[in-house]
Design a protein around this ligand. Structure first.
Ligand code: NAP
Ligand code: MG
Length: 403
């Protein structure tokens, strides 16, 4: 056996919960540690440990990501009332992803992993479409009111100097509903920079769309902030990389996306990103084949799968049953992180290994060996295997390709 691949700087490793925690260990044992002298700074973000540490472990993991630059994260439980009971929690801890995102000030980019024998529902799509969702404000921080009778609704802004600015929303002559929402230039600027940086990183065009013709101040501000940052900081870099920044109206964008071959990044406002990421994921096939990467405006990266901890499968696993849970998105979180680490450290073998491992996984599926979720979608011959058998089949291909 050839010498193991060395790492100079460690990855920040964030372990997680349930079925994905089981898969996490299997991926390391079967596909990583036999080939790499794996160096990680380990944080256990499993719910038990978060509870024991009053969730300090999540904050420490995010801080370590700022120190080392690249993290890989397993799916984690975001507790609800039922989980508080199940795990006997001290309190209903916040979503780890929300906590990490707040510390890194990042944007999440989601992209599908494409295999030839699973055809997207949109037949023109040949290459992945990556969705970038702005993660602050708009209706997610909206303030809403129901009015029962007639009356005047106004927006009132009181400046720090006490001066008021007013805008009439509507003169109601009967019951109705009102919503006020906001965003921050600082947050939109970070979002724009994360998107421009990621487009350069991936050498892909960046699309952005809002409804600025109707929303002449709110949405128009998004458009203006993006354009100003592009002109001042990115226009030349994009030209040098041979990529484009393209702005259009959201309804035009939807029509163009459906007719496109894919292969670009689509930046979306918060609500549009919420809706469109589910649309794109479903149209490409399966949530189990969606990767996700959090990119901070300062250039820190955190890789993960887009799906959750696959609780239903975990309960079967606990009963001793074999499960056919798809490990591909979690595997690609690891390869994404290893590739980025290799690029940052000038470690060519690590970059090559990440590519070889991704190719081995895709070749395995294209040869018809796959987990149950994909068998429902794939064309041609197929052999359904359990999670561990799938990882072993990937390893059989990987061994041949690198030795
Ligand atoms: P989920 O874990 O994504 O699973 C929902 C269903 O999708 C599964 O029951 C399964 O369907 C299918 N599925 C998802 N990933 C799969 C895979 N890799 N292989 C095969 N099938 C897969 O979502 P959830 O059940 O709504 O949430 C479970 C837990 O995950 C929750 O506690 C939630 O807080 C957490 N969560 C975490 C993250 C994160 O850390 N980023 C994201 C989302 C949810 P079948 O059961 O029909 O086979
Ligand atoms: Mg959604």
């Amino acid at each position: 056996m050839a010498e193991k691949i060395q790492m100079t700087v460690p990855l920040v490793e964030m372990d997680g919960d349930e079925m994905t925690r089981v898969i996490w260990q299997d991926i390391k044992d079967i596909l990583l540690t036999p080939y790499i002298d794996l160096k990680t700074v380990y944080f256990d973000l499993g719910l038990k440990k978060r509870d024991e540490t009053d969730d300090r472990i999540t904050v420490e993991a995010a801080e370590a990501t700022k120190q080392y630059g690249v993290a890989v994260k397993c799916a984690t439980i975001t507790p609800n009332a039922q989980r508080v009971k199940e795990y006997n929690l001290k309190q209903m801890w916040k979503s780890p992803n929300g906590t990490i995102r707040a510390i890194l000030d990042g944007t999440v980019f989601r992209a599908p992993i494409i295999v030839k024998n699973i055809k997207p529902f949109v037949k023109t799509w040949e290459k992945p479409i990556t969705i970038a969702r702005h993660a602050y404000g708009d209706i997610y921080r909206g303030v809403e009111m129901k009015v029962a009778t007639g009356g005047k609704a106004e927006i009132v802004f009181t400046g720090e100097d006490g001066r008021e600015a007013r805008e009439v929303i509507h003169e109601f002559d009967g019951p109705g509903i009102i919503m006020a929402m906001h965003n921050l230039d600082k947050s939109i600027e970070s979002f724009a920079r994360s998107c421009f940086n990621y487009a350069l990183d991936q050498t892909q065009d960046l699309w952005f769309a809002t409804k600025d013709t109707i929303s002449k101040k709110y949405d128009h501000n998004f458009k203006d902030v993006f354009q100003a940052i592009f002109d001042a900081e990115y226009r030349e870099k994009f030209a040098a990389a041979g990529i484009e920044y393209f702005y259009t109206l959201i309804d035009d964008a939807v029509a163009r996306v459906v007719r496109s071959p894919g292969g670009f990044i689509w930046a979306c406002k918060n609500y549009d990103g919420d809706v469109m990421s589910d649309m794109v994921a479903t149209a490409f096939g399966s949530l189990a084949m969606m990767t996700s990467v959090l990119v901070s405006p300062d250039g820190f990266y955190e890789f993960e799968a887009a799906h959750g901890t696959v609780t239903r499968h975990y309960y079967q696993y606990q009963k001793g049953e074999e499960t056919s849970t798809n490990p591909v998105a979690t595997l690609f979180a690891w390869t994404g992180a290893l590739r980025k680490r290799g690029e940052m450290d000038g470690a060519a073998r690590l970059v090559q290994f990440a590519g070889a491992l991704e190719k081995a996984a895709i070749d395995t599926i294209e040869a018809g060996i796959m987990t149950k979720d994909l068998a429902l979608l794939a064309e041609g011959d197929k052999q359904v295997v359990n999670t561990r058998e799938f990882l072993q089949a990937v390893n059989a291909r990987l061994e041949v390709s690198i030795f």
